[in-house]
Design a binder for this molecule. Structure first.
Ligand SMILES: NC(=O)c1ccc[n+]([C@@H]2O[C@H](COP(=O)([O-])OP(=O)(O)OC[C@H]3O[C@@H](n4cnc5c(N)ncnc54)[C@H](O)[C@@H]3O)[C@@H](O)[C@H]2O)c1
Length: 275
């Protein structure tokens, strides 16, 4: 029970890694606040983890600062404190970002590579990217992380918690795999993490990031089998990660076991990218 007596908020906890984190934290004794933009998924996660009756769910779009602030007001009213925040909500693509063409071209390029040819098809993603597609991904992945950090820090300072903030970035931030808006927004999350870690160290609030690799969730289910095969072939452990493996990493950072980690990036990626 490594999180006994703690209150932990996980964004994007309706599915995937966020759900695995919510389950893991609840199993370790935390009262978990499940936040998601999709009410049904948030409620389903809550139903899975709420045996003790101390967890709650809330619906919010993390890119809307007023909705985010409203969630923290509920958390303060119910628990009067917050010890752990995981900024996990994120998206890989959005309408208007030219992702369909990017994917098509990637498929064609991979076929050429598989045939041993020098690719004549290019990804050319950026030239198809509309402002709205760029903005949406940055709004959720980067701004959403900032809005939640700001509210969480206000509450942690108010209640005197020596809290732990964990920001979910991506291998894309480290090596540029994936689309430009995604990589850029996830790299921004690493900068935010380091800066906040310096800002908050004196208060005993730790801020760290996790860069998952290819992980078996809905986000990955959308990729072509060929691309998946190619990716797995370049991962030293020879397989995708499971949401539970990222949740275990988050548990380490959230608990006392990670007490001397701040401003760090843990790459839970099977060796795909070595720091
Ligand atoms: N799956 C991977 O291979 C992979 C790799 C690296 C990083 N990541 C990152 O891990 C995190 C979790 O990804 P996942 O694979 O579990 O994805 P997922 O799509 O399975 O789950 C994401 C959850 O976030 C929620 N969400 C999306 N937009 C939201 C918003 N605006 N406000 C609140 N909630 C929102 C979704 O409803 C969903 O429940 C994301 O930040 C993602 O970028 C994933």
């Amino acid at each position: 029970m490594r999180l006994q007596g703690k209150v932990a908020l996980v964004t994007g906890a309706g599915l995937g890694m966020g759900r695995a984190m919510a389950e893991t934290f609840a199993r370790e004794g935390a009262a978990v606040v499940v936040v998601d933009v999709t009410a049904k998924d948030a409620e389903d996660t809550l139903a899975l983890i709420n045996a003790r009756g101390d967890c709650m769910s809330a619906v919010a779009d993390v890119s809307n600062s007023a909705q985010v602030a409203a969630v923290y007001a509920q958390v303060e009213a119910r628990y009067g404190r917050l010890d752990v925040l995981v900024n996990n909500a994120g998206i890989g693509s959005a309408p208007g970002d030219g992702y369909d063409k990017f994917y098509e071209r990637m498929g064609a390029m991979n076929e050429q590579l598989a045939r041993g040819e020098t690719p004549t098809v290019h990804l050319d993603h950026t030239i198809d990217m509309q402002d709205e597609g760029w903005q949406k991904v940055v709004d959720i992945n980067m701004n959403g992380t900032f809005y939640n950090c700001r509210e969480a820090i206000r509450l942690m300072i108010k209640c005197g918690a020596k809290g732990s903030i964990i920001n979910i970035s991506s291998t894309s931030a480290l090596n540029g795999t994936g689309a430009v808006h995604y990589s850029a927004s996830k790299a921004a999350v690493l900068g935010l993490t380091k800066s906040l870690a310096r800002e908050l160290g004196g208060r005993g609030i730790r801020v760290n990031a996790i860069c998952p690799g290819a992980t078996n969730t809905r986000m990955m289910a959308g990729i072509s089998p060929d691309y998946a095969k190619q990716m797995v072939a370049s991962i030293p452990l020879g397989r995708m990660g499971e949401p539970q493996e990222v949740a275990n990493t988050a548990l380490f950072l959230a608990s006392e076991e990670g007490s001397y980690f701040t401003g760090q990036t843990l790459a839970a990626n099977g060796g795909w990218q070595m720091l």
